[in-house]
Design a protein around this ligand. Structure first.
Ligand code: HEM
Length: 197
């Protein structure tokens, strides 16, 4: 008897949700790269146009990630999450859900800490000379800004490490487990999107 090489198709995330997921992934990769690059340049005393442009775009894209995450949380609360395939053990399902919650927490906390830091510093200017609004209730205080930036950087690196593990697990589902979990989030997936409600 032929053994199927792949699991049957699974319910996938709605198209808009998948688009938000991949937009966030690209933005976070860009933010981690720009964040490490600009602080290295600043730390080396290089305050030229490139460094300033990196800072300006880092702040602008970071705020976009905050807004996209708020939208994702709203969609998730409204639609629920498509069911995981039965082939995934209850423990693996619980782990996946817990990791998703950690991601959402970091995707809110990291940009909020960055915004609080630039408010305290203050350094609110972004792309095209447009200023961000100051975060309410955050005083101008350079020692506070340094602490906020320290926590911002540490949590951003934790986010990057978890995202790398998450990508490795996604590739495991695609190439080794072949259980349809990867396809749930892949943009090219045709057909059944199935939010629970
Ligand atoms: C998901 C969103 C974000 C990620 C992943 C991220 C990531 C990073 C990383 C990796 C660094 C370098 C940390 C280090 O070298 O120690 C950094 C620094 C920085 N980030 Fe973000 N960031 C995000 C959002 C934001 C936002 C929204 C703002 C401000 C509006 C911001 C402002 C800054 C500033 C000013 C620094 C430099 C801090 C310093 O000079 O010590 N970031 N960020």
């Amino acid at each position: 008897m032929d053994v199927p090489r792949t699991a049957p198709p699974q319910a996938s995330y709605p198209a808009a949700w998948r688009a938000l997921h991949w937009a966030t992934a690209v933005a976070v990769a860009a933010l981690l790269t720009a964040g490490l690059w600009m602080t290295a340049r600043g730390g080396a005393g290089i305050w030229d146009g490139i460094t300033n442009t990196l800072y300006a775009w880092h702040k602008a894209i970071g705020i976009c990630v905050l807004l996209l995450t708020a939208l994702r949380i709203a969609i998730r609360l409204r639609l629920g999450v498509p069911p995981y395939p039965q082939t995934l053990s209850p423990t693996r399902r619980r782990l996946a859900v817990a990791l998703n919650h950690v991601f959402y927490t970091l995707l809110v906390a990291v940009p909020l800490l960055g915004w609080a830091g630039v408010t305290a510093y203050p350094a609110l200017v972004t792309v095209g000379g447009v200023d961000l609004p100051a975060m309410p209730l955050v005083p101008q205080d350079s020692a506070l800004a340094a602490r906020l930036f320290g926590i911002h950087g540490t949590l951003a690196l934790l986010l990057g490490a978890l995202a790398a593990g998450h990508a490795a697990m996604a590739l495991h589902h695609l190439f080794a487990a072949r259980d349809g979990v990867f396809q749930r989030m892949w943009p090219g997936r045709a057909g059944a999107s199935n939010g629970q409600g």
